[in-house]
Design a protein around this ligand. Sequence first.
Ligand SMILES: [Zn+2]
Length: 493
Amino acid sequence: MHLLLASFSHETNTFSSDKTRLPEFFGFRDVPVTGEEAVRSRRGTGSSIGGHIDYLESENISFDLAVAANAWPSGVVAKEAYEQIVGLITDALAARHYDGVLLELHGAMVAEEFEDGEGELLRRLREINSTIPIGVTLDMHANNYAALVDKVTVLTGYHTYPHVDMNEAGQRCAGLLIRTLRGEIKPTIAFGTRPMLPHIMRQGTHENPNRSLQAACIDLEKEQCLAASLFTGFPHADIEYAGLSVVVVTDGDQGLADSICDRLLTQAWEERAGFNYQPSPLESSITKAKQSTDFPVAILDHCDNVGSGGPMDTTVVLAEMIRQGLTDAVFFAIRDPQAVEAAAKAGVGATVTLTIGGHAQFVATGEDNPPLTISGRVRTLHDGQIKLHGPMKTGMIIPIGKTAVIDVAGILVVLISERTEPADISYFSSLGIDVRSKKYIAIKSRVHWRAGLGDIVAKAIESDGIGITTSDYSKLKFKKVRRPIYPLDAIDN
Ligand SMILES: [Zn+2]
């Protein structure tokens, strides 16, 4: 038995003006990560392709890994990048005989020419081989289309947000595909959607409604079906089928798959109001943080969240922290390569005045993105290779480019050259910052921060800034998503 593996993962924020190009999929280098290098970079890591690899190696099953391509969420995938990465996968399938295919995909990828990026990939794979069993693992934020689900043999999704079970979801998929190839099971799939766009801010599995929805999926997998996946969807995508969906795989029982799928969709629909988010003014959020007596307080600058496609260069939350005089704080982070260069040129210990952030244009929301001038001492310079040790993306090395830490009147402002979502304590410890001792930990994150920092934070305060990952849907002009859809439209039953 010999399998083909590939990873091509992107969550596309269609409100972003920045196209996603090839180097962003490969750690900001121009050459794709393929073959043995790809296997080495993903084996044993907290990723679903890592789960595929780990399962196959534990069973002594051989495989080729065509490509490992993962970019941070951002705007639509540029045509050249899409075609080159898809070409690596389709060429590999056409080149020799394989018994099965395992894919790590996101499910919310929009390419310049294809609204359903994953569906188009599957269409091309099926053109080459219409019968080969294909297993796919998707992110919980997938916006699923029938064009994808109809072409796969087995499909699994995560049960946690923050996503700390990506490897397990990958192993579950690999296990089902191998059992299929051995003739032990005959998978059949049910797929359905409901017209709802759950807010990302309320999708975390640390609270309801998603905690109980995912618990229901886990229980079903123990007793009634091979895989039950509820996808909360990614709402910052103005595409027809953005939103919540369910995929259920049973062993040859279509009726059972359909009824479980319908039950999960009904449960989600009945709890739809629990996914709503109400923004509150920034000034009062920072005042609330200042008045807290429990520390550390996490200040969430969630409207510029990289994990949803933010450019990580808005400064309004940091500016308000400085204005209200918060000290003993860290702010992670503003992406500004030029400011980092200037700090590096000045050197550790030097006092610098820098104008940071404010480069991204927010055409979709019409907001201004003001830069901020800061003065402070250069505390740390770093090469920006961060190895993660926490429960999410465990073991992966994340490049954030040249990095500088500037002490601005008691706020350690981290300036980075490439975007990342700070969901791991290593982002701080690598820079010599003892995050546990800080009163305020300001982070550009929504939910994933809970993976690595949740245990040490006493209180989290959601602080509405600006940007294309806004949780205020009224700032976004949806034109393509199917209507009516909740909560953009009132739907009573
Ligand atoms: Zn996700």
